[in-house]
Design a protein around this ligand. Structure first.
Ligand code: B12
Length: 166
C-alpha cells in the first residue's frame, strides 16, 4: 500500500475512533440529487458522527451490502426527486431482511412524493415498513432531525470501526 493511501486509511480510522459512531448517508436508486446528501453529511458530522456518504443513485443491492459491511449506528436516506416513498418502501424491506440490520436505526427524509398531498399518510406507510423516523420537508426540518440523531445511544467503543470483517 502506498504511503499516501496508508495515511488516508489511518486518518479515516482515527476520525471513526473519535466519533460517536459511523452513519451511512445515501441517496435512493432513482434519485440523482446530490446536495441534500452533502448537507446531511455536514449536519451529522457537526453532531459528532463519522459519515460514509454513498452519494446519489445508489442501487438497492449496493446500499444493503454497504450497510452490512459498515454496520452503522444510523442509516439516513435522502429523497429529492419525489420518489422517496416508492424507493424507500422497497429498500427498507431489503435492509430489514438482513438479521444484522434488523435493529439499526433507519430514517428517511426530504421530498418523498411528487405532490404535497397528505405527507402524514406516506410517513405512516414508511414507518410501518421499517423506518424509525420520517422527515418530510412539508412538516419537518433540520431541528427535528438533529433532535432524533442526538437521542441515539452512543456506539460502544468496540463498535466504532468503519468496516465489519466477515
Ligand atoms: C439541482 C437540481 C437538480 C439537478 C441535481 C444535480 C445534483 N448533482 O444534485 C438535476 C439537473 C440532475 C436535477 C434533476 C431532476 N430534478 Co431537480 N432540482 C434541482 C434543484 C434546482 C436544487 C436541488 C438542490 O440541490 N437543493 C439544495 C439541497 C441542499 O436542498 P434540497 O435538495 O432541497 O434538500 C433539502 C430537503 O429536501 C431536506 N432533505 C433532503 N433529504 C433529506 C433526508 C433527511 C433524513 C432529512 C432530515 C432531510 C432531507 O434537507 C435538505 C436541506 O434542507 C431543485 C429545485 C430547488 N430550487 O430546490 C430541483 C428539484 C428538486 N428537481 C425536481 C425534479 C422534478 C427533477 C427531475 C425529475 C426533472 C426531470 N423531469 O428530469 C430530475 C430528477 C432526476 C433524478 N433521477 O433524480 C423537483 C422535485 C419535485 C418534487 N420532489 O416534488 C425540484 C424541487 C424542482 C421543482 N420545483 O419542480 N435536479
Amino acid at each position: 500500500m502506498a504511503q499516501q493511501e496508508i495515511e488516508v486509511v489511518a486518518g479515516s480510522a482515527r476520525s471513526a475512533m473519535r466519533s460517536r459512531g459511523t452513519v451511512v448517508v445515501s441517496g435512493l436508486a432513482s434519485d440523482a440529487h446530490t446536495w441534500n446528501l452533502v448537507y446531511l453529511q455536514l449536519v451529522i458530522e457537526e453532531l459528532g458522527y463519522h459519515v460514509v456518504n454513498l452519494g446519489p443513485c445508489v442501487p438497492d443491492d449496493m446500499l444493503v451490502d454497504e450497510c452490512r459491511r459498515i454496520d452503522p449506528v444510523l442509516v439516513a436516506l435522502g429523497s429529492v426527486n419525489g420518489h422517496g416513498c416508492t424507493d424507500g418502501l422497497r429498500v427498507v424491506a431489503r435492509l430489514r431482511d438482513c438479521a444484522e440490520l434488523a435493529a439499526t436505526p433507519m430514517v428517511i427524509g426530504g421530498k418523498l412524493t411528487v405532490s404535497d398531498e397528505d405527507p402524514g399518510r406516506h410517513a405512516q406507510e414508511l414507518l410501518g415498513a421499517g423506518f424509525d423516523a420520517v422527515f418530510p420537508d412539508q412538516v419537518s426540518g433540520t431541528a427535528e432531525f438533529a433532535a432524533f440523531v442526538a437521542s441515539l445511544p452512543t456506539a460502544p467503543r468496540g463498535a466504532l470501526c468503519v468496516g465489519r470483517t466477515e
